[in-house]
Design a binder for this molecule. Sequence first.
Ligand code: NAP
Length: 312
Amino acid sequence: MIKPDLLMMGSYPDGDMEALSSAYRLLKHWELGPEGLGVASRPLIRALATRGDLGVDTQTLESLPNLEIIACYGVGVDAIDLETARRRGIRVTNTPDVLNGDVADLAIGLALATMRRIPAGDAHVRSGDWERGNPALAPRLHGKKVGIAGLGRIGSTLARRFSGFDVEIGYFGRSPRKDTPHRYFDDLTALAAWADLLVLTLPGGNATHKLVGAQVLQALGPEGYLVNVSRGSTVDEAALLQALEARAIAGAGLDVFWNEPRIDPRFARLDNVVLQPHLGSATIETRRAMGQLVRDNLTAHFAGLPLLTPVI
Ligand code: NAP
């Protein structure tokens, strides 16, 4: 049987590349480049696989006249031109739910690491400074007020994790949820003013672009902490850097940034941040499950079966 072509925008872990190559002829966009796909081969491409961080641009979509499906390895589809996909009837799938636990775990880790200054404590021990004294005291996490912006799949998992820390939870979204006892805020600035720790689990995209700006950070205040495991685009990074440098907020734990991986070098000069290279879902188990879900969606599509996790 002839293997269908699969255009891949970026590489997947080795096991996933092997599994995909047994069912598809892989066309690697990152090796071929934008001009590498011959005019004759473009109409043969019915399926495209990408990652949340890469998405797929309008120009590439427009060059594929018979594209039927975009399978995204990741839940965030903000880097995919959904408008063009919708207009052309191209199906889009993502990998929701399988990564909730890991992103929530990392958010907890970042909250603890930032507030309790775990990296600074580690450096204190390694450097030998401990002999000269103890580091400054840090604020506790338990008993605090935690604001979650975006109480969706990841945000709800995070709220469950936080219940073990005896914190009070409030949340912000476009509408209140009926299935949660937590306090709803219809205004993000009001949530930030209430919270000691604000965690972002929102999707990226136009609707949430720079939702956290100077006003929200000012409301969070000099004793407030920010954790962002959503997308860099949800935060006005210039305002965040300014707030961190001026100690207008106490600190931030950040997994996501503008312009990844070439982030603003000012972050590395701050001692009140803990930085991660977008590792929210980066565990062995979850990445395996994400790869499987991508393949299952592609298999379903080519078999004419309902997609498992359609976005559109
Ligand atoms: P989800 O289930 O769709 O939850 C998103 C939440 O955000 C919902 O509660 C939604 O509530 C709220 N929301 C959506 N648009 C909003 C808007 N314009 N204003 C205010 N609230 C809004 O998504 P999820 O699966 O939890 O994933 C959330 C995001 O996490 C992803 O889109 C991705 O960007 C990010 N993520 C990051 C990593 C990482 O590695 N750091 C990994 C996976 C995912 P309402 O509908 O009530 O407004």
